[in-house]
Design a binder for this molecule. Structure first.
Ligand code: GLY
Ligand code: MN
Ligand code: MN
Length: 431
Protein backbone atom coordinates (compact mmCIF):
# COMPACT_ATOMS: atom_id res chain seq x y z
CA UNK A 1 0.00 0.00 0.00
CA UNK A 2 1.30 3.42 -0.88
CA UNK A 3 1.67 5.74 2.08
CA UNK A 4 -0.86 8.60 1.72
CA UNK A 5 1.86 11.27 1.97
CA UNK A 6 3.77 9.66 -0.90
CA UNK A 7 0.61 9.26 -3.01
CA UNK A 8 -0.22 12.94 -2.51
CA UNK A 9 3.34 14.01 -3.40
CA UNK A 10 3.06 12.04 -6.65
CA UNK A 11 -0.24 13.77 -7.45
CA UNK A 12 1.41 17.17 -6.97
CA UNK A 13 4.51 16.46 -9.08
CA UNK A 14 4.64 17.50 -12.74
CA UNK A 15 3.50 14.45 -14.73
CA UNK A 16 6.30 12.43 -16.25
CA UNK A 17 8.90 13.65 -13.75
CA UNK A 18 11.20 11.86 -11.33
CA UNK A 19 12.10 12.81 -7.75
CA UNK A 20 15.21 11.72 -5.85
CA UNK A 21 14.93 12.14 -2.07
CA UNK A 22 17.92 11.10 0.07
CA UNK A 23 17.78 9.85 3.65
CA UNK A 24 19.98 11.45 6.31
CA UNK A 25 23.55 10.17 6.75
CA UNK A 26 25.17 9.19 10.00
CA UNK A 27 27.23 12.00 11.51
CA UNK A 28 30.50 11.42 13.35
CA UNK A 29 30.54 12.64 16.94
CA UNK A 30 34.16 11.74 17.65
CA UNK A 31 36.68 9.36 16.07
CA UNK A 32 34.56 6.33 15.19
CA UNK A 33 31.35 6.98 17.10
CA UNK A 34 28.29 8.69 15.71
CA UNK A 35 25.54 10.94 16.99
CA UNK A 36 22.27 9.19 17.58
CA UNK A 37 20.75 8.87 14.12
CA UNK A 38 17.90 11.23 13.19
CA UNK A 39 16.13 10.62 9.88
CA UNK A 40 15.70 13.49 7.41
CA UNK A 41 12.23 14.98 7.93
CA UNK A 42 11.23 15.11 4.25
CA UNK A 43 12.46 11.59 3.58
CA UNK A 44 10.73 10.23 6.68
CA UNK A 45 7.52 12.08 5.86
CA UNK A 46 7.32 10.48 2.42
CA UNK A 47 8.62 6.98 3.17
CA UNK A 48 8.38 6.23 6.91
CA UNK A 49 11.79 4.53 6.49
CA UNK A 50 14.09 5.00 9.49
CA UNK A 51 17.49 3.80 8.29
CA UNK A 52 20.42 5.95 7.08
CA UNK A 53 22.06 5.75 3.65
CA UNK A 54 18.87 5.22 1.67
CA UNK A 55 17.43 6.96 -1.38
CA UNK A 56 13.84 7.18 -2.55
CA UNK A 57 13.16 7.51 -6.27
CA UNK A 58 9.62 8.56 -7.07
CA UNK A 59 8.30 8.44 -10.64
CA UNK A 60 4.53 8.83 -10.88
CA UNK A 61 2.95 7.26 -13.94
CA UNK A 62 5.61 4.58 -14.30
CA UNK A 63 4.80 0.95 -13.84
CA UNK A 64 6.90 0.89 -10.66
CA UNK A 65 6.59 4.45 -9.30
CA UNK A 66 8.36 4.02 -5.93
CA UNK A 67 11.90 2.65 -5.71
CA UNK A 68 13.95 2.48 -2.51
CA UNK A 69 17.73 2.08 -2.49
CA UNK A 70 18.74 0.73 0.91
CA UNK A 71 21.58 -0.87 2.84
CA UNK A 72 21.31 -4.58 1.98
CA UNK A 73 20.99 -7.26 4.65
CA UNK A 74 24.45 -8.23 5.93
CA UNK A 75 24.80 -10.81 8.69
CA UNK A 76 28.18 -9.57 9.91
CA UNK A 77 27.25 -5.87 9.91
CA UNK A 78 23.88 -6.54 11.55
CA UNK A 79 25.55 -8.45 14.40
CA UNK A 80 27.72 -5.40 15.10
CA UNK A 81 25.42 -2.50 14.28
CA UNK A 82 21.81 -3.62 14.34
CA UNK A 83 19.09 -4.90 12.08
CA UNK A 84 18.38 -3.71 8.57
CA UNK A 85 15.18 -3.95 6.56
CA UNK A 86 17.19 -4.79 3.46
CA UNK A 87 15.87 -4.96 -0.07
CA UNK A 88 13.07 -7.39 0.85
CA UNK A 89 11.98 -5.35 3.87
CA UNK A 90 11.90 -2.16 1.82
CA UNK A 91 9.27 -3.77 -0.40
CA UNK A 92 7.34 -5.73 2.22
CA UNK A 93 7.27 -3.26 5.10
CA UNK A 94 7.61 0.10 3.33
CA UNK A 95 5.60 -0.43 0.19
CA UNK A 96 8.42 0.06 -2.32
CA UNK A 97 7.48 -1.26 -5.77
CA UNK A 98 11.14 -1.99 -6.35
CA UNK A 99 14.20 -2.00 -4.12
CA UNK A 100 17.94 -2.28 -4.68
CA UNK A 101 21.12 -2.14 -2.61
CA UNK A 102 22.20 1.51 -2.36
CA UNK A 103 25.53 0.62 -4.02
CA UNK A 104 23.62 0.10 -7.29
CA UNK A 105 22.13 3.59 -7.38
CA UNK A 106 24.68 5.17 -9.70
CA UNK A 107 24.58 2.32 -12.17
CA UNK A 108 20.79 2.58 -12.41
CA UNK A 109 20.67 6.38 -12.82
CA UNK A 110 20.53 6.57 -16.62
CA UNK A 111 17.59 4.19 -16.69
CA UNK A 112 15.83 6.08 -13.89
CA UNK A 113 16.26 9.54 -15.39
CA UNK A 114 15.92 8.75 -19.11
CA UNK A 115 12.84 10.45 -20.53
CA UNK A 116 11.89 12.16 -17.26
CA UNK A 117 10.53 15.64 -17.83
CA UNK A 118 11.91 17.25 -14.70
CA UNK A 119 14.19 16.02 -11.96
CA UNK A 120 12.97 16.95 -8.48
CA UNK A 121 16.09 17.15 -6.34
CA UNK A 122 17.10 19.60 -3.61
CA UNK A 123 20.59 20.76 -4.58
CA UNK A 124 22.85 22.12 -1.84
CA UNK A 125 21.04 20.39 1.00
CA UNK A 126 24.00 18.71 2.72
CA UNK A 127 24.55 15.89 0.21
CA UNK A 128 27.55 17.29 -1.68
CA UNK A 129 28.59 13.92 -3.11
CA UNK A 130 25.14 13.14 -4.40
CA UNK A 131 24.88 16.66 -5.88
CA UNK A 132 28.07 15.95 -7.85
CA UNK A 133 26.90 12.50 -8.92
CA UNK A 134 23.70 13.94 -10.33
CA UNK A 135 25.43 16.84 -12.10
CA UNK A 136 27.90 14.39 -13.69
CA UNK A 137 25.01 12.14 -14.65
CA UNK A 138 23.07 14.93 -16.38
CA UNK A 139 26.19 15.94 -18.31
CA UNK A 140 26.80 12.34 -19.34
CA UNK A 141 23.21 11.89 -20.49
CA UNK A 142 23.47 15.04 -22.64
CA UNK A 143 26.25 13.33 -24.63
CA UNK A 144 24.09 10.26 -25.24
CA UNK A 145 21.47 11.89 -27.48
CA UNK A 146 22.41 9.80 -30.51
CA UNK A 147 21.50 6.68 -28.52
CA UNK A 148 18.10 8.22 -27.84
CA UNK A 149 18.83 9.06 -24.20
CA UNK A 150 16.89 12.13 -23.00
CA UNK A 151 17.97 13.80 -19.75
CA UNK A 152 15.49 15.79 -17.61
CA UNK A 153 15.25 19.42 -18.73
CA UNK A 154 14.94 21.10 -15.35
CA UNK A 155 16.03 20.47 -11.80
CA UNK A 156 13.27 21.51 -9.39
CA UNK A 157 13.37 21.79 -5.60
CA UNK A 158 10.89 19.21 -4.24
CA UNK A 159 11.02 21.00 -0.87
CA UNK A 160 8.38 23.48 -1.98
CA UNK A 161 5.83 20.71 -2.61
CA UNK A 162 6.73 18.58 0.38
CA UNK A 163 6.85 21.50 2.80
CA UNK A 164 3.41 22.74 1.79
CA UNK A 165 2.12 19.25 2.54
CA UNK A 166 3.98 19.05 5.85
CA UNK A 167 2.59 22.41 6.97
CA UNK A 168 -1.01 21.15 7.04
CA UNK A 169 -1.21 18.34 9.58
CA UNK A 170 -3.50 15.36 9.02
CA UNK A 171 -5.69 13.91 11.78
CA UNK A 172 -3.11 11.16 12.39
CA UNK A 173 -0.28 13.66 12.60
CA UNK A 174 -2.25 15.81 15.03
CA UNK A 175 -2.64 12.75 17.26
CA UNK A 176 1.15 12.33 17.34
CA UNK A 177 1.64 16.04 18.02
CA UNK A 178 -0.84 15.87 20.93
CA UNK A 179 1.11 12.95 22.38
CA UNK A 180 4.39 14.82 21.89
CA UNK A 181 2.84 17.84 23.66
CA UNK A 182 1.51 15.71 26.53
CA UNK A 183 4.93 14.15 27.09
CA UNK A 184 6.63 17.54 27.15
CA UNK A 185 3.98 18.96 29.50
CA UNK A 186 4.54 16.05 31.88
CA UNK A 187 8.29 16.76 31.85
CA UNK A 188 7.71 20.44 32.64
CA UNK A 189 5.40 19.55 35.55
CA UNK A 190 8.01 17.16 36.97
CA UNK A 191 10.72 19.79 36.59
CA UNK A 192 8.59 22.32 38.47
CA UNK A 193 7.85 19.82 41.21
CA UNK A 194 11.54 18.87 41.59
CA UNK A 195 13.34 22.22 41.32
CA UNK A 196 14.91 23.53 44.50
CA UNK A 197 17.83 25.78 45.48
CA UNK A 198 21.21 24.04 45.32
CA UNK A 199 20.40 21.83 42.34
CA UNK A 200 22.26 22.27 39.06
CA UNK A 201 20.45 23.18 35.87
CA UNK A 202 21.66 19.95 34.24
CA UNK A 203 19.87 17.84 36.84
CA UNK A 204 16.58 19.19 35.52
CA UNK A 205 17.82 18.87 31.93
CA UNK A 206 18.43 15.16 32.65
CA UNK A 207 15.12 14.73 34.46
CA UNK A 208 13.28 16.21 31.48
CA UNK A 209 15.03 13.90 29.06
CA UNK A 210 14.23 10.95 31.32
CA UNK A 211 10.53 11.82 31.29
CA UNK A 212 10.68 12.09 27.49
CA UNK A 213 12.40 8.74 27.06
CA UNK A 214 10.22 7.03 29.68
CA UNK A 215 7.25 7.93 27.48
CA UNK A 216 8.74 6.57 24.28
CA UNK A 217 10.08 9.83 22.92
CA UNK A 218 13.28 9.21 20.94
CA UNK A 219 15.01 12.37 22.13
CA UNK A 220 14.50 16.03 22.92
CA UNK A 221 13.33 17.83 19.76
CA UNK A 222 16.15 20.36 20.30
CA UNK A 223 18.76 20.99 22.98
CA UNK A 224 16.83 21.82 26.14
CA UNK A 225 17.36 25.29 27.59
CA UNK A 226 17.47 25.29 31.40
CA UNK A 227 18.50 28.79 32.46
CA UNK A 228 18.27 30.16 35.98
CA UNK A 229 18.69 33.76 37.08
CA UNK A 230 20.31 35.95 34.43
CA UNK A 231 20.98 32.84 32.28
CA UNK A 232 17.29 33.11 31.37
CA UNK A 233 18.09 36.33 29.50
CA UNK A 234 20.40 34.45 27.08
CA UNK A 235 18.07 33.31 24.31
CA UNK A 236 19.84 30.11 23.30
CA UNK A 237 21.51 29.26 26.62
CA UNK A 238 22.39 25.56 26.58
CA UNK A 239 25.30 25.29 29.03
CA UNK A 240 22.78 24.28 31.69
CA UNK A 241 25.46 23.99 34.38
CA UNK A 242 24.72 26.75 36.92
CA UNK A 243 23.43 26.26 40.44
CA UNK A 244 19.78 27.13 41.09
CA UNK A 245 19.59 29.95 43.64
CA UNK A 246 16.81 30.83 46.02
CA UNK A 247 15.10 33.93 44.68
CA UNK A 248 15.94 33.29 41.03
CA UNK A 249 13.57 32.53 38.20
CA UNK A 250 14.19 29.43 36.10
CA UNK A 251 13.37 29.35 32.38
CA UNK A 252 12.98 25.92 30.79
CA UNK A 253 12.47 25.59 27.04
CA UNK A 254 12.19 21.87 26.30
CA UNK A 255 10.17 19.77 23.87
CA UNK A 256 10.01 16.10 23.00
CA UNK A 257 10.27 14.37 19.65
CA UNK A 258 7.66 11.65 19.42
CA UNK A 259 7.31 9.45 16.32
CA UNK A 260 9.02 12.19 14.35
CA UNK A 261 6.96 15.11 15.70
CA UNK A 262 8.22 17.91 17.92
CA UNK A 263 6.68 19.76 20.81
CA UNK A 264 8.16 23.05 22.00
CA UNK A 265 7.23 24.34 25.46
CA UNK A 266 8.72 27.11 27.59
CA UNK A 267 7.81 27.70 31.20
CA UNK A 268 9.36 30.15 33.64
CA UNK A 269 8.96 29.74 37.39
CA UNK A 270 10.62 30.73 40.67
CA UNK A 271 13.22 28.32 42.10
CA UNK A 272 11.85 28.95 45.59
CA UNK A 273 8.26 28.28 44.53
CA UNK A 274 7.04 31.87 45.00
CA UNK A 275 7.36 34.81 42.60
CA UNK A 276 8.74 38.08 43.99
CA UNK A 277 6.68 41.19 43.18
CA UNK A 278 9.11 42.26 40.45
CA UNK A 279 9.16 38.78 38.90
CA UNK A 280 5.37 38.64 38.96
CA UNK A 281 5.13 42.05 37.23
CA UNK A 282 7.15 40.82 34.28
CA UNK A 283 5.66 37.34 34.27
CA UNK A 284 2.06 38.51 34.29
CA UNK A 285 2.73 40.96 31.47
CA UNK A 286 4.22 38.20 29.29
CA UNK A 287 1.37 35.84 30.21
CA UNK A 288 -1.35 38.41 29.41
CA UNK A 289 0.35 39.06 26.08
CA UNK A 290 0.59 35.35 25.31
CA UNK A 291 -3.04 34.66 26.17
CA UNK A 292 -4.33 37.58 24.11
CA UNK A 293 -2.25 36.52 21.09
CA UNK A 294 -3.47 32.92 21.37
CA UNK A 295 -7.07 34.19 21.38
CA UNK A 296 -6.42 35.86 18.01
CA UNK A 297 -5.87 32.49 16.34
CA UNK A 298 -8.44 31.47 13.75
CA UNK A 299 -8.26 30.74 10.03
CA UNK A 300 -7.27 33.93 8.23
CA UNK A 301 -5.09 35.56 10.88
CA UNK A 302 -1.40 36.00 10.02
CA UNK A 303 1.60 35.41 12.26
CA UNK A 304 2.61 38.96 11.38
CA UNK A 305 -0.59 40.42 12.82
CA UNK A 306 -0.13 38.37 15.95
CA UNK A 307 3.50 39.42 16.30
CA UNK A 308 2.54 43.07 15.85
CA UNK A 309 -0.09 42.76 18.59
CA UNK A 310 2.48 41.16 20.92
CA UNK A 311 4.79 44.11 20.32
CA UNK A 312 2.04 46.58 21.25
CA UNK A 313 1.01 44.73 24.41
CA UNK A 314 4.57 44.28 25.65
CA UNK A 315 5.52 47.88 24.83
CA UNK A 316 2.48 49.23 26.71
CA UNK A 317 3.35 47.05 29.67
CA UNK A 318 7.01 48.06 29.64
CA UNK A 319 6.01 51.74 29.71
CA UNK A 320 3.71 51.02 32.66
CA UNK A 321 6.56 49.26 34.52
CA UNK A 322 9.14 51.96 33.69
CA UNK A 323 11.32 49.80 31.42
CA UNK A 324 10.63 52.10 28.47
CA UNK A 325 9.82 55.80 28.53
CA UNK A 326 7.77 57.60 25.91
CA UNK A 327 4.71 57.25 23.72
CA UNK A 328 3.78 53.68 22.83
CA UNK A 329 3.27 54.20 19.06
CA UNK A 330 6.61 55.98 18.77
CA UNK A 331 8.42 53.32 20.83
CA UNK A 332 6.88 50.65 18.60
CA UNK A 333 7.87 52.50 15.44
CA UNK A 334 11.44 52.97 16.67
CA UNK A 335 11.52 49.30 17.72
CA UNK A 336 12.63 50.25 21.24
CA UNK A 337 10.97 47.07 22.51
CA UNK A 338 13.74 45.06 20.81
CA UNK A 339 16.03 45.84 23.75
CA UNK A 340 13.90 43.44 25.78
CA UNK A 341 11.85 41.48 23.21
CA UNK A 342 14.17 40.59 20.35
CA UNK A 343 12.60 37.53 18.74
CA UNK A 344 9.41 36.76 16.82
CA UNK A 345 6.22 35.67 18.53
CA UNK A 346 6.17 32.18 17.07
CA UNK A 347 6.87 29.72 14.30
CA UNK A 348 5.37 26.68 12.62
CA UNK A 349 5.85 23.40 14.46
CA UNK A 350 5.86 19.84 13.15
CA UNK A 351 8.54 17.30 12.31
CA UNK A 352 11.11 20.07 12.66
CA UNK A 353 10.86 22.37 15.64
CA UNK A 354 11.07 25.34 13.28
CA UNK A 355 8.91 23.56 10.79
CA UNK A 356 8.69 23.69 7.04
CA UNK A 357 6.20 25.80 5.11
CA UNK A 358 6.11 29.29 3.62
CA UNK A 359 5.41 32.27 5.90
CA UNK A 360 4.65 34.49 2.92
CA UNK A 361 2.64 33.90 -0.24
CA UNK A 362 3.08 36.25 -3.20
CA UNK A 363 5.07 38.58 -0.97
CA UNK A 364 2.25 38.89 1.59
CA UNK A 365 2.08 37.41 5.12
CA UNK A 366 0.25 34.12 4.86
CA UNK A 367 -3.12 33.63 6.58
CA UNK A 368 -3.14 30.49 8.74
CA UNK A 369 -5.49 27.59 8.01
CA UNK A 370 -6.85 24.58 9.87
CA UNK A 371 -4.20 21.92 10.40
CA UNK A 372 -1.33 24.36 10.94
CA UNK A 373 0.41 24.05 14.31
CA UNK A 374 2.35 27.04 15.59
CA UNK A 375 4.03 28.21 18.76
CA UNK A 376 3.06 31.37 20.63
CA UNK A 377 6.04 32.43 22.72
CA UNK A 378 6.42 36.04 23.78
CA UNK A 379 9.23 36.86 26.21
CA UNK A 380 11.03 39.68 27.98
CA UNK A 381 14.76 39.51 28.68
CA UNK A 382 16.22 42.21 30.89
CA UNK A 383 20.00 42.14 30.98
CA UNK A 384 21.69 42.65 34.35
CA UNK A 385 23.51 45.69 32.97
CA UNK A 386 20.55 47.23 31.10
CA UNK A 387 20.67 51.02 31.26
CA UNK A 388 18.11 53.34 32.82
CA UNK A 389 15.66 50.78 34.17
CA UNK A 390 14.23 50.12 37.64
CA UNK A 391 16.75 48.02 39.60
CA UNK A 392 14.28 45.34 40.65
CA UNK A 393 13.88 44.13 37.05
CA UNK A 394 17.56 43.52 36.31
CA UNK A 395 18.51 39.97 35.29
CA UNK A 396 14.93 38.78 34.83
CA UNK A 397 14.17 36.62 31.80
CA UNK A 398 10.68 35.28 31.11
CA UNK A 399 9.30 33.36 28.14
CA UNK A 400 6.02 31.45 27.98
CA UNK A 401 5.55 29.15 25.01
CA UNK A 402 2.66 26.93 23.96
CA UNK A 403 1.91 24.88 20.85
CA UNK A 404 -1.38 25.75 19.21
CA UNK A 405 -3.36 23.97 16.49
CA UNK A 406 -5.44 26.09 14.13
CA UNK A 407 -8.94 24.58 13.82
CA UNK A 408 -11.91 25.48 11.61
CA UNK A 409 -13.52 27.34 14.53
CA UNK A 410 -10.40 28.88 16.03
CA UNK A 411 -7.66 27.16 17.95
CA UNK A 412 -6.72 24.39 20.34
CA UNK A 413 -3.79 24.68 22.75
CA UNK A 414 -1.98 21.32 22.61
CA UNK A 415 0.28 22.06 25.57
CA UNK A 416 -2.30 23.16 28.14
CA UNK A 417 -1.27 20.42 30.58
CA UNK A 418 1.82 22.47 31.48
CA UNK A 419 0.73 24.96 34.17
CA UNK A 420 1.36 28.65 33.49
CA UNK A 421 -0.93 30.68 35.78
CA UNK A 422 0.95 32.18 38.75
CA UNK A 423 -1.35 30.47 41.28
CA UNK A 424 -1.15 27.09 39.50
CA UNK A 425 2.64 27.17 39.48
CA UNK A 426 2.89 28.26 43.11
CA UNK A 427 0.40 25.58 44.15
CA UNK A 428 2.24 22.83 42.25
CA UNK A 429 5.57 23.86 43.74
CA UNK A 430 4.20 24.11 47.27
CA UNK A 431 3.30 20.41 47.21
N1 GLY B 1 13.04 26.01 21.29
C1 GLY B 1 13.21 26.75 20.12
C2 GLY B 1 12.19 27.79 19.97
O1 GLY B 1 11.47 28.06 20.92
O2 GLY B 1 11.99 28.34 18.94
MN1 MN C 1 9.63 27.83 19.74
MN1 MN D 1 11.03 26.77 22.53
Amino acid sequence: MTRPQLAEFMRRMEPGSVAIIPAAREVTRSHDTEYRFRQDSDFYYLTGFREPDALAVVAPGREKPFTLFVRPRDREKEIWNGRRAGVEGAKEAYGADEAFPVEEFEAKLTELLDGARHLYYRLGNGHAELDQTLIRQLARMRTMGRKGVRPPQAVIDPGVLIHEMRLIKSADEIKLMRRSADIAAEAHREAMASARPGMREYELDALIEYVFRRNGSAAPAYNSIVGSGANATILHYVDNDAELKDGDLLLIDAGAEYEGFASDITRTFPVSGRFTDAQRDIYQLVLDCQEECIRMIRPGVTLDEMHQRSVEILTEGMVRLGLLKGEVPKLVEEEQYKKFYMHRLGHYLGMDVHDAGAYHLDGQPRPVEPGIVMTVEPGLYIAEDAEAIPDQYRGIGVRIEDDVLVTAEGFEVLTDKAPKQVEEIEALMAR
